[in-house]
Structure formats: structure tokens, C-alpha cells
Design a protein around this ligand. Structure first.
Ligand SMILES: [Zn+2]
Length: 200
């Protein structure tokens, strides 16, 4: 058994445990647009982000869905998809970059020609293709839609990635792209290393 296979089994076991554990949260106060379950409360999100040199402790109550483990930005995107697009009502070809496990599980079971792509397979137990966003291994005009959430900020050649999105989208296709923003200004200096950039 390879390390990849063992990792895949461990991830599947983790999803199963999430599902079992979610029963103790069942209720009607919160609902998740991804797994479509309702809960009396969600799990809290606790994370420390280093924002412009300042370690910022984020504690958010009722943030993580107990069943699909989605976080608010993922539920926001899926709510947008449900209300503003035809992704879940018309069969079409969708490319999803660096997929979030909750959205991945939703879309791969929808009536779609769904392609999940990443340069790192370590987080997943299901089908994926290897793809670099700056050199997408698909022909021009291959997809009706692209989903890419909190990925572009990690890519040095982000404009090249966006040009590739445009290339592989069919005319009239849609790209659903999200990046994090803090405050009203952005700062970009590729000559700085990662530690120096965090201080800006
Ligand atoms: Zn959920």
C-alpha cells in the first residue's frame, strides 16, 4: 500500500468521523447551503493570521459546518452559485482549482462534467487532475465555468493565471474567483521574501 493510498484512506475516515460527529449538532438555527443540513450550532473557527506584521487571533463562533466542514467564504460562494448562476441547474463543464473539500463533494455529485485540478493532491481522496493555473493543460475554450477561491494570491504570475482562465473558458463562460482582502489598500512587491512581505 502506497503512502498516497494510506493518506486517501485516512482522509475518507476523517470525512466519516465528521459525519458521525455532526449528529450531535443537529437543530434548526443554522443551515449550510453546501451539505443542506441544519444545526443548532456550528463549530467555532480559531486561527491566528499574521496580517501586516500583526498576529491576529480570529475566533469566530458558528463558523465551521459540522458535517461538510465548510467555512463561511465557501458557503458564500456556493450560495452565490445557487442564486446567481446555472451551474447546478444546467449540465456544463466546470474546472475547479485547488478545490475545497466541501465544494468538491457537492459539485462532483452534481450533474456536471466536473474537473477538479491542483498541483498538490495531498488533501484529497477523490479524482483530480494535475494542473498549474499558469499553464492549464486543456485546450482553448474547454470550460463553461471556472471556480478558483483563495488561490490567486499564492501565485506569483497571477496575471498569467487569469489569462489562462480566459483562454480555457468558452466565450460567455464565467469565472468565479475570490481572493482575501484586508483594509482598503493592497501592497505588492515581489522583490521581498515572504517574511518581509508579511510585515507590509
Ligand atoms: Zn455543510
Amino acid at each position: 500500500m502506497t503512502a498516497h493510498t494510506i493518506g486517501s484512506h485516512l482522509r475518507q475516515a476523517r470525512f466519516f468521523l465528521w459525519r458521525l460527529d455532526s449528529y450531535r449538532f443537529l437543530g434548526s438555527k443554522f443551515s449550510c447551503p453546501i451539505c443542506r443540513c441544519s444545526f443548532r450550532k456550528m463549530k467555532p473557527l480559531e486561527v491566528i493570521w499574521n496580517i501586516r506584521g500583526i498576529p491576529t487571533d480570529h475566533h469566530t463562533e458558528n463558523a465551521i459546518c459540522p458535517r461538510c466542514h465548510s467555512v463561511p467564504r465557501q458557503r458564500f460562494v456556493v450560495e452565490y452559485i445557487r442564486q446567481k448562476t446555472d451551474l447546478l441547474t444546467r449540465r456544463q463543464r466546470v474546472l475547479h482549482f485547488a478545490p475545497e473539500i466541501s465544494i468538491y463533494n457537492l459539485l462532483r455529485h452534481a450533474d456536471l462534467d466536473y474537473v477538479a485540478a491542483d498541483i498538490d493532491f495531498s488533501r484529497f481522496a477523490g479524482p483530480m487532475v494535475y494542473a498549474d493555473a499558469t499553464d492549464i493543460p486543456f485546450p482553448t475554450a474547454s470550460f463553461d465555468a471556472i471556480i478558483c477561491i483563495h488561490v490567486l494570491e499564492h501565485i506569483v504570475e497571477d496575471q498569467k493565471a487569469m489569462a489562462e482562465f480566459f483562454r480555457v473558458l468558452k466565450p460567455g463562460g464565467q469565472a468565479i474567483v475570490a481572493v482575501p482582502t484586508y483594509g482598503d489598500k493592497t501592497f505588492e512587491d515581489r522583490s521581498l521574501d515572504y517574511a518581509a512581505r508579511e510585515l507590509q
